[in-house]
Design a protein around this ligand. Structure first.
Ligand code: NCD
Ligand code: ZN
Length: 350
């Protein structure tokens, strides 16, 4: 006798532990795409200019709340962009007042709007020590940026050259290695008994580097960190579906307009806010792990951040394939929605 296939799944309302909302017209267009499904999100601070101080974060949070449609509920969890001039006292005050949940470390030049990031790690030592003392997490874009390191090796080199020394100097600092893309990162996180977790994006569970490059170049799959070989994607899926509390969803949904993606030097970023839950259900079902979806999207993240899981519920139902618009319209131009390349049978019930 075979088990009846699951056709309905109810989980706690998910959160997104790494999200780009931008500002202005783009913010107004993309925010509902996230708020429709997600209760909270860690909001990336890489605006132009970046969100550096408590005052910047407070003002940005107000702009997000002003852009939220009246019939939607959503809580933005703000981050501060770490610079070599960041004041430890401002960070501590932002944390104590509930203005900022975490600090974001971009190595200078690693990705979109990261020019103000950190070059000399010695300069940010006092901030990191203060954060360890008050239990404030550091979210890390884990790629080195030297031109002599191959782009496909930048995450693995970052772990050896930057992350390990930071953790050695400051073992009490709580760190999220964001959007991990390699077996190396998964193994490293699994090896650490405490104070280290990792987010995994929707698209890195689905695409490998062939999707970007084989049979024609597909800019909508180009993001940073860049997708790696298939063996790495498989390792990410294994980590995500394992239920291991150190791995949770951070979509890294990062909207750029099509004109900004489709050019000789196009922007990095995949926009997946609209269809992430359908994509993830498909991935977890294929791995025979639908029972672990809730841990990945709704339980492990709040646990690491010391927050309660949502007390709202979300139901996903399986049926005929659901389609999402290929683009969303924004005041800045169209933004292409992530195409997983396979039919999506799971929809979020209203
Ligand atoms: C992000 C963006 O566009 O802001 N792009 C991306 O490819 N993920 C920046 C980032 O998180 O690296
Ligand atoms: Zn990002």
């Amino acid at each position: 006798m075979t088990d009846k296939p699951t056709t309905s799944l109810t989980i706690r309302r998910p959160d997104d532990w790494h999200l780009h909302l931008r500002d202005g017209a783009m913010l107004r267009a993309v925010l509902p795409e996230t708020a429709r499904h997600f209760g909270r999100a860690i909001i990336m601070p890489n605006l132009m200019p970046p969100v550096v101080t408590a005052a910047d974060a407070s003002a940005y949070r107000a702009r997000i709340m002003a852009a939220l449609p009246a019939d939607m509920s959503f809580t933005p969890l703000m981050t501060l962009y770490l610079t070599e001039d960041t004041d430890p006292a401002d960070v501590a005050a932002a944390h104590a007042n509930g203005i900022a949940t975490a600090v974001k470390l971009y190595p200078a030049g690693a990705t979109t709007n990261s020019a103000s990031g950190v070059r000399d790690f010695e300069k940010v030592r006092p901030v990191l020590e203060k954060m360890a003392e008050i239990g404030m997490p550091l979210c890390i874009h884990g790629e080195v940026t030297h031109s002599d390191v191959d782009i496909f090796d930048r995450e693995a080199v970052f772990i050896d050259k930057i992350l390990k020394p930071i953790r050695k100097k400051n073992p009490d600092l709580r760190i999220v290695m964001e959007h991990v893309t390699t077996l190396d990162a998964v193994d490293y996180v699994r090896d650490q008994p405490k104070n280290l977790a990792a987010t995994i994006t929707t698209h890195h569970l689905i695409i490998n580097r062939n999707h970007i490059l084989a049979g024609g170049i597909r800019p909508h799959y180009y993001c940073l960190p860049v997708a790696k070989r298939e063996q790495h994607r498989v390792a990410l899926v294994q980590a995500a579906v394992s239920g291991d509390k150190r791995f949770f969803l951070g979509t890294d949904s990062a909207p750029h307009t099509d004109p900004n993606k489709l050019q000789a030097c196009g922007c990095a970023g995949v926009f997946s806010a609209s269809n992430t839950m359908s994509c993830l259900a498909e991935v977890f079902e294929a791995a025979d792990a639908l029972d672990k979806l809730e841990a990945f999207t709704s339980l492990n993240g709040p646990r690491f951040y010391g927050l309660s899981a949502s007390d709202e519920a979300m139901t996903l139902t399986r049926g005929e394939p659901v389609t999402y618009p290929s683009h969303i319209a924004t005041g800045d131009g169209p933004v292409t929605v992530f195409d997983p390349g396979f039919p999506l049978h799971w929809r979020v019930a209203d």
